[in-house]
Design a protein around this ligand. Structure first.
Ligand SMILES: [Zn+2]
Length: 238
């Protein structure tokens, strides 16, 4: 559980901004704060992305997990529950992971360089009569982590002649993404992943001239330019 110790001059709004959560979220996590304008120096505030759930009559841990789309075992572990049958009405459970709604992608590699842009039409694409690059290529050294850009459900994994070892994830708000050219896959179909979770190791399998991540992004099954959604601060171009 991430916490923050309130210092002189802090406001809840600034703390929320610093931890990339909303003031409403902080208030829901910190029931001791009655008035958002009054926080006291020395107060400890929960600032994680977790949600707080209060168990109601007849609810089971697996139902709660299904509701939040989080494996119930993760909820049990996160709350130190040994026996999932022993939850009780009124109990407060922290729901781990990135539950915030919306599509707010994070950068998927440890390297902020785009090596080939969406729509690029290099000689090889023209030669093969392809319509141009249908994703964004991002630098990643061999074997380094590739992260899910947003939470979601793994809808397929496998090996494809062009993509090599790939993972396809259904993200919120109609977005889906293919992550390609992995040396190793770390998730399987049906897995629920959190934003920023490592899903594979970078590689150069399939139609690839060297280790990198190829990311195809779709919105309602239409390809879109990943650069319009990824956080581009600090990014450079090869
Ligand atoms: Zn590519």
């Amino acid at each position: 559980m991430k916490t923050y110790l309130v210092k002189e001059g802090d406001t809840l709004g600034e703390i929320a901004e610093a931890y990339n959560v909303s003031v409403e979220h902080l208030l829901s996590q910190n029931l001791g704060i009655k008035d958002p304008d009054i926080i006291k120096v020395g107060m400890i505030i929960f600032v994680g992305n977790e949600l707080l759930h209060t168990v109601v009559e007849g609810e089971s841990l697996s139902q709660i997990g299904a509701f939040y789309r989080v494996p119930w075992r993760d909820i049990a572990d996160f709350n130190g529950i040994d026996d999932p049958d022993l939850i009780h009405v009124g109990q407060r459970l922290y729901i781990p992971g990135e539950i915030a709604t919306g599509f707010h992608p994070v950068w998927p590699t440890d390297y902020k360089t785009i090596t080939q842009r969406y729509g690029a039409n290099p000689d090889w694409a023209a030669y093969r009569r392809l319509g141009g690059h249908e994703g964004t290529d991002i630098r990643a050294r061999y074997g380094t982590p590739i992260y899910a850009i947003e939470r979601g459900t793994v809808t397929s994994t496998g090996n494809h002649p062009a993509y090599g070892n790939y993972v396809r994830i259904q993200h919120p708000e109609g977005f889906s993404a293919v992550y390609a050219h992995a040396s190793e896959l770390l998730v399987k179909r049906g897995d629920i992943v959190t934003r920023g979770q490592e899903i594979m190791k970078a590689g150069s399998t399939g139609n690839s001239s060297g280790p990198h991540l190829h990311l195809t992004l779709m919105k309602n099954k239409e390809r879109v330019n990943p650069e319009e959604y990824l956080p581009l601060d600090g990014v450079d171009y090869l």
